[in-house]
Design a binder for this molecule. Sequence first.
Ligand SMILES: Cc1cc2nc3c(=O)[nH]c(=O)nc-3n(C[C@H](O)[C@H](O)[C@H](O)COP(=O)(O)OP(=O)(O)OC[C@H]3O[C@@H](n4cnc5c(N)ncnc54)[C@H](O)[C@@H]3O)c2cc1C
Length: 363
Amino acid sequence: MDSSLGELRREVRGLCREWREAGRYRPRPDAWLRSFDLAFSRELAGRGWLGMTWPKALGGGERSNRARLVLTEELLRAGAPVAAHWIGDRQIGPSVLRHGTERLQREILPGIAAGEFVFCLGMSEPDAGSDLAAVRTAATRVPGGWRIDGRKIWTSHAHRATHAYLLARSERSEVKHVGLTEFVLDMTASGVSVSPIVDMAGSHHFNEVVFEDVFVPEHRVIGAVGNGWAQVTEQLSYERGGPERVLSTYPVLAGLLDAADDGLAAEVGELVARLATLRALCVQVADSLDAGEAPVRAAATLKYLGTAFERDVLECARRATGSGVIAPESPLGEAILAAPGFSIRGGSSEVLLSILAKQEVRR
Ligand SMILES: Cc1cc2nc3c(=O)[nH]c(=O)nc-3n(C[C@H](O)[C@H](O)[C@H](O)COP(=O)(O)OP(=O)(O)OC[C@H]3O[C@@H](n4cnc5c(N)ncnc54)[C@H](O)[C@@H]3O)c2cc1C
């Protein structure tokens, strides 16, 4: 058990307060996806707070996932601008650590931990969103590596990323889950082009990314060729099992806690009780990561329940405003505009239920 978690919590709160009071950021809901500031990510890196669970030899801090949970909870509660490092720190680093060769680990992990490398996620395609195993982006063997041809969509921050994680089809197969391989690509590689997609809130984090005859050296394969489905399933548990599935709307809940009158006290109290239960699930996920497991089931449960919780936070806040106008740039306005994506990104609620049902049948 990490003995200095309380101290870490105080330090993170202090840093966020300092930046906020200096006007260096505005607390926002969904900040892990929408609030991007490399300077803030590098401030965290300088304190040893990126890649904090990884080996020191690879730029990490060798701390526990419980400690990382304290960090991520506080950053999300503060609505701090963490999008620049979130994907690399949360899932690509751990995935490379679990499956990558030593060469790939040495090439990638210190750069993420230093806040130098920004990763985007090349999973979804126009005809392979919820059905991720249907990806068609092709990886073809060539001397010294692979050639990539295809198209990814909804790729958050691809226009700012230095690197992409890519799930591609390296073998045609009757069974769609067979023949997938994971890669790390440089976004500056010849043949990569990025086009913006503006979302309904008017913000630009989504992109479409086209890969035309892009060369990827052999050592940039993550894990075993053809083992992509098993590996990405584990990676998705890092993606789904964190407190961002519960605390994306925290700035709105904080407003409710400050303002709740007698009429709403019972409802807000119930939300707080649910939050406590979901936090317990986050701790369970962190502990199972500390035990070296990939908690597929617990993470799917957390994301499914967390999405429902966040929807109810917003409904309660909407009722609290009565017939008042909700400004689009207020925390509630921003959260309402972002919310339709909550139950879709990272695995839609329907898909998560299907995963949970299948796991139950296998037990
Ligand atoms: C905010 C946000 C950020 C994202 N960022 C990224 C990113 O950085 N990288 C990336 O690769 N992807 C990203 N995505 C994509 C996301 O993870 C989903 O894969 C994708 O949006 C879902 O695919 P689709 O849009 O094609 O919807 P569809 O797959 O067409 O699904 C539409 C609806 O149909 C339902 N549905 C689909 N199949 C079934 C089924 N078998 N049974 C029951 N219901 C079903 C779904 O649950 C969903 O509600 C992001 C999405 C959002 C909203």
